[in-house]
Design a protein around this ligand. Structure first.
Ligand code: PMP
Ligand code: GLN
Length: 386
C-alpha cells in the first residue's frame, strides 16, 4: 500500500449501486433492461431543437449560480398552477444537477453530526449516504413493498430529541405508491409538532395514474414553510442524461442551500436550462405524461398477468413491483440475476432499497420502455421456469 496512514473510507458500507450493477449485467447478457429506471425512448425533437437553438445562440457560459432566471420563473409558474404555492424565483428556487444534487445539498444543509433523519424504506439509494457523509444517523421506518397506508403512530415512535429531518418520496420509487392528501396532512402535523425539516423527493410528480393527483409538500402551507421540494426534468421530459433538477424551499432554507450548491457545482448546464424554460411554456408537454405511462403500465401488467405474480398496480412513477413469493423461494437478488442471465430480462431486486437488504420476494420492473420491449419481456417471463 502506498499510504502509511491508510485512507479511511467515508462510506465503508457502500459499493456500486444496484442500478449500475444490473445495467452492466443486462448489457453483458444482452438482456432487456427493465432494471435501471430510464426511458428507452428519446426526448421530443422540439426540445432537442431548443437546445440546439440555445447552444448556437451563445448560451454557453456559466449560468447564474441559482440557475437561469427564465427557468426559475417557468418553474415558479408551473408550481403555482400545480400546488397553489408561490415560490419566488429569485430567492426560493435553485436549479441543480438533477434531483440527486438537490437532495444531497438539502440533506447537507440540514444535517449536523449526530442528527437523526427519518427515512421510509424501501428508500431510493442516495438518501442514506448523504445523511452519513454529514455525520447524521438514518432512522428507518420500514414498510412492506406492498404497503397500503402509513402508520403515523409508528413514525412518531421513531422520533427522538435528536430527530432533525424527515425524507419523503411521492410518487415513490420503487413501490409506485402515491401519498394521499391525508398523509401530507399527517406529515404536516407531525413536522410542526416535532419541529422537523422535510425533504420531499417529487421527481415523478407528473406520473400519477387512475385519476390520482400528485400532492406536493408545496401544496400544504405549513409543510411548505419547512420543506425542501426536489424535482427533476429527467423523468418529465425523458432526459435523465441531462441531469437537470431543482429545489424549491422558502428563502431562509434556500439561502443556506445555495451556500453548499455554489461550491458543489456553482451552476449547471446553461443551454439546457434555457431550452427547458421555453419548453415548459406549453403545459401539455408535461400534463400528458401520466396518460402516456398509464397505458404502458396497463400493457405490461396485462401481458404478465398469467405468470402468477402478485402485483398491485403502480399508482405512479414508472415502476411496477411484483411479488413472486408463491412461485419461488429464491431470494430476490439471486432471482433478478438469474432472470437476467437465463431469461434475458433484467429487473431490480427490491431488497436493494432496504438497509438490511430485507427480502420481500419482490422485483421492480421499469415500464418506461417501448411497447415491443415490454411485450417481449413479458413473453420471456411467461416462458421462464419458476
Ligand atoms: N429520486 C428518485 C426517487 C429517483 O428515482 C431518482 C432517479 N431516478 C432521483 C431521485 C434522481 O434524479 P436525477 O436523475 O434527476 O438526479
Ligand atoms: N433512479 C433510477 C432508478 O431508480 C436510477 C438512477 C441511477 O442509476 N442512479 O432506477
Amino acid at each position: 500500500m502506498l499510504l502509511k496512514n491508510p485512507l479511511q473510507s467515508k462510506l465503508p458500507n457502500v459499493g456500486t449501486t444496484i442500478f449500475t450493477k444490473m445495467s452492466a449485467l443486462a448489457e453483458e447478457h444482452k438482456a432487456l433492461n427493465l432494471a435501471q429506471g430510464f426511458p428507452e425512448f428519446d426526448c421530443s425533437p422540439d426540445l432537442q431543437a431548443l437546445v440546439d437553438k440555445y447552444v448556437r445562440s451563445g448560451k454557453n457560459q456559466y449560468a447564474p449560480m441559482p440557475g437561469a432566471l427564465p427557468l426559475r420563473e417557468a418553474i415558479a409558474k408551473k408550481t403555482f398552477e400545480g400546488s397553489g404555492r408561490e415560490y419566488h424565483p429569485v430567492t426560493e428556487i435553485t436549479i441543480t444537477s438533477g434531483a440527486t444534487e438537490a437532495l444531497f445539498v438539502a440533506i447537507s444543509t440540514v444535517v449536523h453530526p449526530g442528527d437523526e433523519v427519518i427515512v421510509f424504506e424501501p428508500a431510493y439509494d442516495s438518501y442514506v449516504p448523504a445523511i452519513e457523509l454529514s455525520g447524521g444517523i438514518p432512522v428507518f421506518v420500514t414498510l412492506d413493498p406492498q404497503y397500503d397506508s402509513i402508520d403515523w403512530e409508528a413514525v412518531k415512535a421513531r422520533i427522538t430529541g435528536k430527530t432533525r429531518a424527515i425524507i419523503i418520496n411521492t410518487p415513490h420509487n420503487p413501490t409506485g405508491k402515491v401519498w394521499a392528501a391525508s398523509d401530507l396532512q399527517a406529515l404536516a402535523t407531525l413536522a410542526e409538532e416535532q419541529d422537523l425539516i422535510v425533504i420531499s423527493d417529487e421527481v415523478y410528480e407528473y406520473i400519477v395514474f387512475d385519476g390520482r393527483d400528485h400532492i406536493s409538500a408545496a401544496s400544504v402551507p405549513s409543510l411548505a414553510e419547512r420543506s425542501f421540494v426536489c424535482g427533476s426534468f429527467g423523468k418529465t421530459f425523458h432526459t435523465t442524461g441531462w441531469k437537470l433538477g431543482y429545489c424549491l424551499a422558502p428563502g431562509y432554507l434556500t439561502a443556506e442551500f445555495r451556500k453548499i450548491h455554489q461550491f458543489l457545482v456553482f451552476s449547471v448546464v446553461t443551454p439546457f436550462q434555457f431550452a427547458v424554460a421555453e419548453y415548459l411554456n406549453e403545459p401539455e408537454h408535461y400534463l400528458t405524461l401520466s396518460a402516456f405511462y398509464e397505458r404502458k403500465r396497463d400493457l405490461f401488467n396485462e401481458a404478465i398477468k398469467g405468470i402468477g405474480f402478485v402485483l398491485k398496480p403502480s399508482e405512479g412513477s414508472f415502476f411496477q413491483n411484483v411479488s413472486y413469493a408463491n412461485l419461488s423461494e429464491e431470494n430476490d437478488a439471486a432471482l433478478a440475476e438469474r432472470l437476467t442471465r437465463e431469461v434475458g430480462v433484467a429487473s431490480i431486486p427490491v431488497s436493494a432499497f432496504y438497509a438490511r437488504k430485507t427480502d420481500f420476494k419482490t422485483l421492480r420492473f421499469c415500464f418506461a420502455k417501448h411497447d415491443e420491449t415490454l411485450l417481449k419481456a413479458a413473453e420471456l417471463l411467461n416462458r421462464a421456469l419458476w
